[in-house]
Design a protein. Structure first.
Length: 185
């Protein structure tokens, strides 16, 4: 449960840097406000033994401002803020958030795309991995103060889940599910 919410101006963030762009387009002076943010990786995980897609559920303050709940379903993901390759960061995020130590060579790069193009324009690189219980090393849940819930969605229910508007989801999750049904199901 989220309590005692206070909203204050953001100053000196390590994660977002507000910027204002002045430019001309076809001779018209324009201004656009945006934030500079880290790129990210996301991983669509398929549990072979359970026949489920593994996602995470966590609290996101910007969603809370919109729906009063703030909990979203997302692919396992993380920002690119370390001196590691994208696939190494993806591997690390799977271990931290979901508790699986999948061999790095078993992570398949799907594609990359721009997210939050109206205000951030960061690049997310999407991976796919198959896991089973032999790869489980912990329960996941994140590191430090992260509070991440690991959720398994049966493949047989995944299309309905993706279209259920009562559950806040990211476009990356919906794209990943669509890719899975088109390429792996």
């Amino acid at each position: 449960m989220i309590t005692d919410v206070t909203i204050v101006p953001c100053e000196n963030s390590a994660f977002v840097k507000p910027k204002r762009m002045h430019y001309f387009q076809k001779g018209i002076s324009k201004i656009w406000d945006m934030v500079e943010v880290h790129d990210s990786v996301a991983i669509l995980l398929y549990h072979e033994e359970h026949e489920t897609l593994i996602v995470v559920r966590q609290f996101r303050p910007p969603v809370y401002l919109k729906n009063g709940d703030g909990y979203t379903y997302e692919l396992c993901a993380g920002i690119v803020d370390k001196d590691k390759t994208l696939v190494e960061i993806a591997h690390e995020e799977i271990l931290e958030e979901c508790g699986y130590n999948i061999p790095i060579e078993r992570l398949e790069r799907i594609t990359s795309f721009y997210t939050a193009v109206g205000f951030a324009g960061s690049v997310q690189t999407l991976y796919f991995g198959r896991v089973d219980e032999s790869m489980r090393v912990n329960d996941g849940g994140g590191v430090e103060a992260e509070m991440i819930e690991v959720v398994e969605i049966p493949v047989s229910e995944a299309k309905a889940f993706a279209m259920d508007e009562t559950k806040a989801k990211t476009p990356g999750l919906m794209f990943g599910f669509g890719w899975f049904f088109e390429n792996r199901a």
